[in-house]
Write a protein that binds this ligand. Structure first.
Ligand SMILES: [Zn+2]
Ligand SMILES: [Zn+2]
Ligand SMILES: [Zn+2]
Length: 910
């Protein structure tokens, strides 16, 4: 590689021409500042590879001042043009850079950052959850004999190897390169068991000053305080330049209506020069051919040029397709492009140029995260972290017009640069977004305090990130929202953000306000009270149709899955209060009424989005309920009481949750059965509205699975003799009957659908039934409803429950000897009898939930049941088993235990 002499390499002729040498400041940081500020004009807004090289060179010079020799071998006082520091260090083998084997440092995690296309390994047996991955080197070096191992190809850069992180693995991996320090492991386990504290309302993000230098690192190079200072100031300045630029960038691509509006667009240009760029943005909706053709048509390019641009847009996320002073013509081009809903912007060339500079800054920062100072591979990252976690030093731009700066002060008092970057992520395009993620990932692996700090800042702006993700972002795939996976699955981070940023409550509020469509100006309104009484659901509205909400539920699930968070949920009654409000919102949503005489004319597919939402919620219900395994008897009693009262309020129509046009207050009637009079609920499933969705009941079912906590002794302490007594103290028998009637109606509806009594309702009703009873999801809905009914046999007089079941199935008269039914005809009647017997047999014999069957036994039973009809392929098998069982680590081992695998003999063999 040819190395340039610093003086000739740094200032290409164009630069020296455009600049009066007397204006050039002498200290490197001022020089950098001067160069970046004057460049758009001096370069006539044309950004070339030489511009990039020049910016990089100024950045490095300012960064190391007179200490270049600490980053490069003595013989090289400067970097070659276009080269980056980490590349050069690796090529020259500087201070151990680029070595095949890094030195082994006990206590340091691997942290290898995956590049796109690299293979990543997962071990279900070793990993704490599915987010934990290993790089090739660590995977090969650790032992996974008889483990369930899979690998995948990284689709994006930015993930990192978790080897050596005691919070990521069930047991030490024994990777020879990344031994875990005994005390670190103990510390991480101790952190999991610390006593719980209540969540605080005032958020607290960790500042840079609170983070100690990374401990236990033997390769520290002496770093003069002056060097440390200029590294920090240069990075700080570069970050501020980046943020100052993004202040003016739009959140989403839109084009102004006319030339006057174009001129009024926010711009940092002190001259307000009429020079504009049209920029085409990437999306996942349009094909290459469409884009290429459009470019040929609108910009008079030949196919080859257009193809190159299309590829750049795909790889980088956007590209300038035209630049000149003819604003009218440029707007025309943009308008044509936007007609087919491609993202396009027209902005001042000055601002576009600055954004291109910002991209170089981001690339440079990525490079620094990979570079070393002598043998010290951490210090540059530490400095970047410190600057990211510090507030901006804002220099008000006195020339520009109307920057689009959101008000962060209410959410994050004293916001740090990283908060702004999270917020501005949507304003960037694919390439810089990926680079930023890589920078964040490289900081997470520095130390545990760094991880907590980044997590706390992410949590502080989380709801704004979600606003952008749900309501604004065109490129959801590279949204910073997905950073949550890396943070919320770490137990200590999850516990921190739940306690200090009240993130569970905030997520619940986001869900409530989003689905009740409390959205204004592309923001989900922020409600501090968890009241849902105001909001109403409209299943035909945007929130239900948007496909993006599911990851928001997943975030909640990741958080609540962590043991410290589970303990918090169990111990603090406000968690169940707030969650019950969310479940209440979706109670009895989208009910059905049997079409008795004529076919349903118009079939909407709203039921699909409704199922998507309630199934996402039911997965959260599962983990939320599981948290109560940690509850004390009185905590569990409180939770059950809360949920029961909430259900009764809804089911008796004491609040406005249920639509009074479809549901009415419970009515009772007296029936005689076997010489005894019973007073039970009066309800006809054939005539009235029934919904599949009873989120609160599902939550109650999950809570009731922990009744083993309620020993006789502990019940006596609160003054009741039994669980039955407990329920009678919470409410009354008629109310409990009302409560259980709702799941019972679903079971009866299911039986009727299966018996052909709902055929006129068409496909939607069959679709709903399939999802509700689907093997993979059954335990989230159908099984929960069955379990509620099963429990009611203990809480209430079982005879009353059985009579209610027969009545709801419309079979009371049949079982009294009347073999003719007014509605069920012929085979329908016998089918209904079969169905009710099936339900009763299940209620009496199914004991997995009631007896707390251990998971491996439950998995074993499920697999045997799934294979009982005969051999089937693995793919079919996992479809027949509840997803929770398939995901569990014991699944493959149990499968190997109970079944023989026969390899397929040909491609058609199943
Ligand atoms: Zn690794
Ligand atoms: Zn390793
Ligand atoms: Zn393993």
């Amino acid at each position: 590689m040819a190395l340039f002499n610093s003086t000739t390499a740094r200032f290409p002729p164009a630069m020296s021409m455009s600049m009066n040498p007397r204006d050039r400041p002498s200290d490197p940081l001022s020089r950098l500042r001067f160069a970046l500020e004057t460049m758009p004009g001096s370069r006539k807004y044309v950004f070339t590879p030489a511009t990039r090289a020049e910016i990089l060179s100024e950045l490095y010079d300012a960064f190391w001042g007179q200490y270049a020799h600490m980053f490069l071998p003595l013989s090289n006082s400067s970097l070659p043009m276009h080269a980056t520091l980490s590349q050069v260090q690796a090529e020259l083998g500087f201070a151990g850079a680029g070595a095949a084997e890094d030195p082994v440092i006990p206590g340091r995690p691997c942290g290898h950052i995956f590049t796109k296309g690299e293979s990543c390994f997962r071990c279900k047996d070793c990993a704490l959850d599915e987010s934990c991955v290993l790089c090739n080197r660590c995977f090969r070096a650790s032992s996974h004999e008889n483990h369930n191992v899979s690998f995948f190809i990284a689709q994006q850069s930015g993930g990192c190897c978790d080897c050596g992180d005691p919070e990521a693995w069930r047991q030490s991996l024994q990777c020879p390169y990344h031994p875990v320090l005994q005390e670190a492991e103990e510390l991480s386990h101790a952190a999991l068991n610390t006593p719980d504290t209540t969540p605080r309302t005032a958020p607290r993000s960790i500042s840079e000053a609170e983070i100690p230098p990374v401990p236990n690192f033997p390769f520290r190079a002496p770093c003069p305080p002056e060097l440390r200072d200029i590294m920090g100031r240069t990075i700080g300045y570069a970050l501020d330049f980046l943020l100052d630029t993004l202040d003016y960038s739009p959140d989403e691509p839109t084009i102004p209506d006319n030339e006057a509006d174009l001129r009024l667009q926010p711009s940092a240009d002190p001259m307000q020069k009429d020079q504009y760029c049209v920029i085409l943005w990437n999306d996942d909706k349009h094909s290459f051919d469409e884009v290429i053709q459009l470019l040929c048509d609108t910009t008079n390019r030949d196919r080859k040029d257009a193809t190159a641009i299309a590829h750049t847009v795909d790889e980088q996320g956007r590209e300038i397709i035209d630049m000149n002073a003819n604003a009218g013509r440029l707007l025309e081009i943009a308008l044509i492009i936007s007609k087919i809903e491609l993202g396009v912007t027209v902005r001042r060339a000055y601002d576009t140029f600055r954004e291109q500079v910002a991209m170089v800054i981001i690339e440079w920062l990525v490079d620094l995260t990979r570079s070393r100072l002598g043998a010290d591979t951490l210090v540059t990252r530490e400095v970047i972290a410190a600057e990211l976690l510090s507030p901006r030093r804002r220099e008000s731009n006195i020339y520009g017009s109307g920057p689009q700066i959101p008000d962060l002060s209410a959410d994050v008092p004293g916001a740090a640069r990283i908060d702004w970057l999270f917020l501005y992520h949507t304003r960037l395009w694919k390439k810089p977004r990926m680079c930023l993620k890589e920078i964040y990932a490289s900081i997470l692996t520095l130390s545990h305090p760094h991880k907590i700090a980044v997590g706390s800042h992410f949590a502080a702006v989380y709801h704004r990130v979600i606003d952008a993700y749900l309501l604004v972002d065109r490129e959801a795939e590279t949204s910073i929202k997905y950073f949550a996976l890396q943070l919320f699955t770490v137990p200590s981070v999850a516990s921190y953000v739940v306690r200090h940023h009240d993130l569970v409550t905030r997520l619940l509020n986001i869900i409530i306000n989003f689905f009740t469509n409390q959205i204004a100006e592309k923001r989900i309104l922020k409600n501090t009270t968890a009241s849902t009484d105001a909001g109403e659901l409209d299943v035909e509205s945007f929130p239900f149709k948007s496909k993006r909400f599911m990851p928001v539920f997943s975030d909640l699930r990741y958080l609540c899955h962590n043991q410290p968070v589970q303990r918090l949920i169990a111990s603090n009654v406000s968690f169940i209060h707030k969650f019950a409000k969310v479940c209440q919102l979706f109670m009895c949503v989208h009910p059905n009424k049997r079409a008795a005489t004529s076919h349903v004319e118009y079939e909407t597919d709203a039921w699909i989005s409704v199922f998507n939402v309630t199934l996402s919620l039911s997965r959260v219900i599962k983990v939320y309920g599981e948290a109560f395994a940690w509850a004390t008897p009185s905590q569990l009693i409180n939770a059950i009481t809360t949920v029961v009262l909430e259900i009764i309020t809804v089911c008796t129509l004491s609040n406005d949750k249920l639509d009074k046009n479809k549901f009415s207050a419970p009515a009772f009637h007296s029936v005689a059965f076997g010489d005894v009079e019973y007073t039970i609920i009066e309800f006809d499933v054939l005539e009235e509205w029934v919904s599949f969705h009873h989120s609160l009941h599902w939550l109650l079912a999950e809570l009731l699975k922990h009744v083993d906590i309620l020993s006789e002794e502990s019940l006596l302490q609160v003054g009741v003799a039994s669980v039955r007594d407990l329920f009678m103290r919470i409410s009354t028998e008629p109310m409990i009957l009302t409560m259980i009637d709702f799941p019972l109606r679903v079971l009866s509806m299911v039986a009727q659908i299966r018996s052909g009594l709902w055929v006129r309702n068409g496909f939607p009703i069959r679709g709903q039934l399939l999802h509700y009873r689907d093997f993979m999801l059954r335990e989230l809905c159908y099984d929960q409803d069955l379990f509620i009914l099963q429990t009611s046999l203990i809480i209430l007089d079982p005879n009353t429950v059985f009579v209610s079941i027969l009545d709801r199935f419309g079979l009371l008269q049949f079982f009294c000897g009347s073999v003719v039914h007014p509605v069920y005809e012929g085979v329908q009647l016998s089918s209904m009898v079969e169905e009710v017997l099936y339900v009763i047999i299940t209620l009496l014999t199914e004991k997995a939930s009631a007896s707390k069957m251990p998971l491996p036994a439950a998995v074993r039973r499920e697999i045997i049941h799934a294979l009982a009809p005969g051999p089937c392929s693995y793919t079919d098998l996992v479809k027949r088993v509840a997803e929770r069982f398939v995901d569990d680590v014991c699944f493959e081992h149990v499968l190997a235990d109970v079944a023989h695998f026969r390899a397929p003999e040909s491609t058609s063999d199943t």
